[in-house]
Design a binder for this molecule. Structure first.
Ligand SMILES: *[C@@H]1O[C@H](CO)[C@@H](O)[C@H](O)[C@H]1NC(C)=O
Ligand SMILES: *[C@@H]1O[C@H](CO)[C@@H](O)[C@H](O)[C@H]1NC(C)=O
Ligand SMILES: [Zn+2]
Length: 429
């Protein structure tokens, strides 16, 4: 509001001097209507331009703390629908998926993990040794992400650290992080993990929906038969190597045993990039209370963030009932188990076939925040949910990586014991 008075100060003590109009008349005919109009404007906008309605307020808060989404399948969308031909679609126009630039802006999406994903294969052999093109295909998904970020560089900026995420957001860009969705994409090799890190990968779900050489998966709708009883010996070497290299251990998609064992080994904070709560739907893919209890900053807990998945089929046994309020219930349920410092958003947009009512695409995040404002969440708490919690976890991971390297940890030389191709040849002299 202006510090200038609404009306010029009376310069003459006598109210009748200029026009002879009585003071009372000026008050009723001029001042009262002006004050009424000002009052009406004031009801809509609190003093400093802060909107008063829940949705307006949500949008206002998200301007300074935009959403950091833990899992968006835009690269998979490009592969599945366009064979990675990025000339065949235009992200500035309405997409047939859930993500395009106008809707990203409308929804205050400030950063997201581009999911680097190729299918895992059930027929990969008992020891996961059948040759596949999974490493090639993974590189293609990193490449298509690189090309999209470059093509739309007015919008996107690659980010490899929490600081870079914040800088990109401050510059009005959408910070773009890479997350690998499944250890099967490593070709059973820690050397490949290290190389993916150099290419920008900052989290890895230990599995997708099948077991791999490192760990057992949760399966999707039914548990899969376990192979290792959680982590394999190679998986037990993988976790510290991820800690050292600087890749977040992501426990979405893994079996309960895998998650519990990984939590007992990791030295760095963890994430669940896109998980629903099993409390609402007893599905092996969803995170159970037992694992929520291990996430925190208390004794015998690991710092972490559970980023809530929007897929109605995971959220509920009755997917049709899933709406904004239902997803808010899930957020609040996780908060009831972990506190408000361990929750985030991991929509799974472009990777799911249906969406909640009211959260149909990336333009709709403000509706979830408006719902939580109605439930009494403060601006600070909403900023934690939007991305603050994730950034703390990412910084914790970065700090651990620096410390382990400083402590002299060397790249792991562990090789999958079932591989024979690296056996040294016999020298004939
Ligand atoms: C990619 O898409 C564009 C536009 O549809 C098309 O002109 C071009 O031939 C495509 N490229 C390939 C290699 O298919
Ligand atoms: C959840 O499902 C599992 C089998 O997948 C079953 O063992 C367990 O009893 C179920 N829990 C509840 C609470 O229904
Ligand atoms: Zn997934």
């Amino acid at each position: 509001m202006s510090s200038q008075p609404l009306l010029p100060q009376q310069s003459h003590p006598n109210p009748r001097t200029s026009t002879g109009t009585p003071r009372k008349l000026i008050l009723t005919t001029i001042l009262v209507p002006i004050l009424l109009i000002a009052g009406i404007i004031f009801v809509g906008i609190k003093g400093d331009g802060v909107p008063k309605d829940d949705l307006g307020l949500a949008r206002y808060y998200l301007k300074s703390s935009p959403v950091i989404d833990g899992h968006i399948d835009l690269p998979e969308f490009a592969r599945a629908f366009y064979g990675n031909n990025i000339s065949a679609f235009d992200l500035n126009k309405p997409s047939k998926g859930h993500v395009d630039i106008p809707r990203i802006r409308e929804g205050s999406l400030g950063a997201f993990f581009w999911s680097i994903f190729v299918e895992c294969r059930e027929d990969n052999g008992k020891d996961f040794l059948h040759p596949t093109f999974q490493v090639r295909d993974t590189l293609e998904q990193i490449d298509v992400s690189n090309r999209l970020i470059e093509k739309y560089s007015d919008t996107f900026a690659f980010a490899g650290t929490a600081d870079e995420v914040e800088v990109a957001i401050k510059q009005g860009k959408v910070a773009s992080l890479y997350g690998l969705e499944g250890g099967h994409m490593l070709g059973n090799s820690l050397a490949v993990l290290r190389t993916y890190h150099q290419l920008g990968v900052r989290y890895m779900t230990l599995t997708h929906s099948c077991n791999n050489a490192f760990a057992d998966s949760a399966g999707i709708f039914e548990p899969v038969e376990e192979r290792w009883g959680g982590l394999s010996p190679l998986g037990r070497a993988l976790i510290p190597e991820m800690n050292r290299v600087g890749i977040l251990v992501d426990l979405s998609h893994v079996s309960d045993k895998t998650a519990l064992q990984a939590l007992s080994i990791t030295r760095a904070p963890v994430m669940l990039s896109h998980s629903a709560a099993r409390h609402f739907n007893n599905m092996s893919r969803n995170v159970p209370d037992e694992i929520l209890a291990k996430i925190g900053r208390g004794k015998h807990q690991v710092d972490g963030v559970i980023m809530v998945n929007f897929f109605p089929v995971f959220a509920s046994a009755k997917p049709d009932e899933v709406d904004v309020a239902y997803i808010a219930d899930e957020v609040e349920y996780i908060v009831s188990k972990t506190g408000k410092h361990h929750v985030g958003v991991g929509s799974d947009y472009d990777g799911i076939e249906s969406t909640p009512k009211g959260l149909e695409d990336v333009s709709k995040y403000p509706y979830l925040f408006a719902e939580l404002i109605r439930r009494g969440w403060t601006q600070h708490e909403l900023s934690l949910l939007a991305g603050g919690n994730f950034l703390r976890v990412m910084r914790g991971m970065e700090e651990t990586s620096r410390r382990l390297r400083k402590d002299g940890w060397e790249p792991s030389g562990v090789i999958y014991d079932k591989r024979r191709d690296l056996d040294p040849v016999e020298w004939e002299l």
